[in-house]
Design a protein around this ligand. Structure first.
Ligand code: SAH
Length: 210
């Protein structure tokens, strides 16, 4: 169920859906998504679907992980990358080999601790995690080359925009619960450029910590 054949099938499916970045596809092929979900769901972990991870949260759909990762990778440097919404840690694991350093914040402590263990198991040492409300970003470490949010606010938090370097990109879902726009924002010398990439459905970005 977690065999190479199942993973190859997922990669072919992502290619059919329009993902063409080979670096991203190879990472999806080689990253064990089954260790980021509960054992009972492991047999479904190479389906192109979001899966529950407890606490009302989900591990993102592989297509969306690939799309967001490729959008950041193809638009500029990845030295310092911030993720808002660590969740299972899977997106951080995909970003790790592509980035100098990944910083990821999660508001639900038990999810964060579980992600810490899994990333440790995979020996991904350039991922630093923090328990906090990520809508504030990680101001002490700003600016970032790239910011990815894997939970959807109704509007882009100003503080995340403020923490982008010049040339920095922010990819995130924005909109009401249900269906959101996946947007790519780029900070230029002149201001912010905005592009809509897709329609997506993410869990909401919530305030405070648990
Ligand atoms: N990137 C994750 C996706 C997890 S779902 C993965 O690959 O599994 C989104 C996560 O965002 C949830 O774990 C949720 O608790 C978290 N989240 C929501 N609002 C947040 C906030 N304001 N700050 C930090 N994390 C937040």
């Amino acid at each position: 169920m977690t065999s190479q054949r199942t993973r190859d099938r997922l990669v072919r499916r992502l290619q059919d859906e329009g993902i063409s970045n080979m670096q991203v596809l190879e990472l999806i092929r080689n990253t064990p998504r089954h260790i980021f979900v509960d054992e009972a769901l492991a047999s479904r972990s190479y389906e192109d679907t979001a899966l529950p991870i407890g606490h009302g949260q989900t591990i993102s759909q592989p297509y969306v992980v690939a799309r967001m990762t490729a959008a950041l990778l193809e638009s500029g440097p990845m030295n310092k990358v911030l993720e808002v919404g660590t969740g299972s840690g899977y997106q951080a694991a995909i970003l790790s080999p592509l980035s100098g350093q990944v910083y990821s914040v999660e508001r639900i402590q038990p999810l964060l601790e579980q992600a810490r263990m899994r990333l440790g198991e995979l020996l991904l040492r350039n991922v630093r995690l923090k328990h906090s409300d990520g809508s504030w970003g990680w101001p002490e470490l700003a600016p970032f080359d790239a910011i990815i949010a894997t939970a959807a606010p109704e509007q882009v938090p100003e503080s995340l925009l403020d923490q982008l370097a010049i040339g920095g990109r922010l990819v995130m879902p924005v909109g009401p619960p249900g269906v959101q726009d996946l947007i790519l924002l780029t900070r230029t010398e002149e201001g912010i450029e905005r592009k809509v990439l897709d329609k997506v459905s993410f869990v909401p970005m919530l305030g405070g910590v648990l």
